[in-house]
Design a protein around this ligand. Structure first.
Ligand code: SF4
Length: 358
């Protein structure tokens, strides 16, 4: 698809599937789920952009990631509101500053689609958490005055669910800060709403003096469309470096074949494999987790199937905000009584992992 044929992303988003009745009509949910849809929507909102609706209809196996399930109402004892401890490292609203050299900037908690396994579902989709003008100014002041920050990471929510009018002034301010050397976006938009990657956005990214990284969140090779490919080409032509980010999800990508196809789909698009997250202990997500041993075996099995640069790092976010660790490292150890101990890369504190899966 050429840029001239590109869909209007705001229109696609305004026509998103956001209610249980439409999902039932589309055959995405059964009566049982429909009857529980009020509780489900209150727990975590629903949204699938119009553009991506066709992708789910074409590949129904994608629906588990986006369509609510009554399993979300089963909350395990070990599950947490804020599983990765964002709040304990937040000096001002909108900023999470866990590691010295980089900080997260969360402008909005809205997304183009709401992934049912989301680790920030306690805030994501709730508009009341979006930053006010004063809060945004305070967040930017914090970055400006903290010279150790070399990289600003736009996350949220999905930063690219915001309009250019909201993002561009923030980019201009960061561009003027000499100590900030790179800007990174974590986004789901490349597959669920690729029309958001407009020429105007790419020109803006190209005009900045900083290195720009964009981390593409996708969990199945079936998510990519022709529109995704056009968007990826535009970004690459604008000098944006592309990395991958996926979540290892039961019944979505928990086989060697599916994971291999996913990594190949990144590779053939020039996206370097980066993170494969073991699912965090977000409330109502146990049906998405497989055992950690099994997860490690799966990733090991890719070693003979893919070149090294296409093998992602299996990552565990230690509950309580103790940081991310690679599963294959000295930071993770199995004890004699088959328990996992994770050592924080931030303060060396050891946490016993207590995942509860279905
Ligand atoms: S796009 Fe990211 S932040 Fe938004 S719902 Fe999905 S996983 Fe959560």
């Amino acid at each position: 698809m050429s840029i001239h044929e590109q869909k209007n992303w705001a229109r696609e988003l305004s026509k998103a599937v956001i209610d249980a009745k439409s999902m039932q009509k589309l055959g995405w949910i059964d009566t049982n789920t429909y009857n529980k849809s009020k509780d489900l929507k209150e727990t975590f909102d629903f949204r699938v952009p119009n553009q991506f609706k066709e992708q789910i209809n074409k590949h129904p196996e994608l629906s588990d990631q986006f369509v609510p399930s009554i399993k979300e109402l089963d909350i395990k004892e070990a599950e947490l509101n804020d599983p990765i401890g964002d709040e304990s490292h937040s000096p001002v609203e909108g900023i999470t500053h866990r590691y010295e050299d980089r900080a997260l900037l969360k402008l909005s908690h809205q997304c183009a689609s709401y992934c049912r396994f989301c680790f920030r579902k306690y805030k994501v989709s709730d508009e009341s958490f979006n930053l006010s003008r004063e809060q945004l100014n305070a967040a930017l002041d914090y970055i400006e005055n903290t010279h150790a920050i070399r990289e600003v990471i736009f996350t949220g929510g999905d930063p690219l669910s915001l309009t250019d009018k909201k993002i561009f002034p923030v980019l201009d301010k960061l561009n003027a800060m000499e100590h900030v050397k790179s800007i990174r976006f974590h986004t789901r938009i490349l597959t669920v709403l690729p029309s958001r990657i407009t020429r105007e956005l790419c020109d803006k990214l190209d005009s900045l003096d900083k290195s720009i990284y964009l981390v593409v969140h996708a969990n199945s090779h079936l998510e990519f469309s022709k529109e995704s490919d056009s968007a990826i080409k535009l970004l690459k032509r604008s000098g944006v470096s592309l990395l991958s980010q996926s979540v290892l999800l039961k019944n979505v990508n928990d086989s060697e074949e599916k994971l291999k196809k996913l990594m190949q789909s990144f590779m053939e698009r020039g996206i370097i494999s980066y993170y494969l997250h073991y699912p965090d202990l977000a409330k109502g997500t146990s049906h998405f987790r497989i055992d950690l041993d099994e997860a490690m075996q799966l990733v090991s099995s890719l070693r003979s199937k893919l070149p090294g640069y296409a093998i992602p790092e299996l990552i565990i976010d230690i509950p309580g905000g103790k940081g991310k660790i690679p599963a294959f490292s000295d930071f993770l150890n199995k004890t004699d009584n088959s328990k996992w101990h994770a050592k924080s890369p931030i303060d060396g504190f050891v946490t016993e992992l207590a995942y509860q899966n279905d």
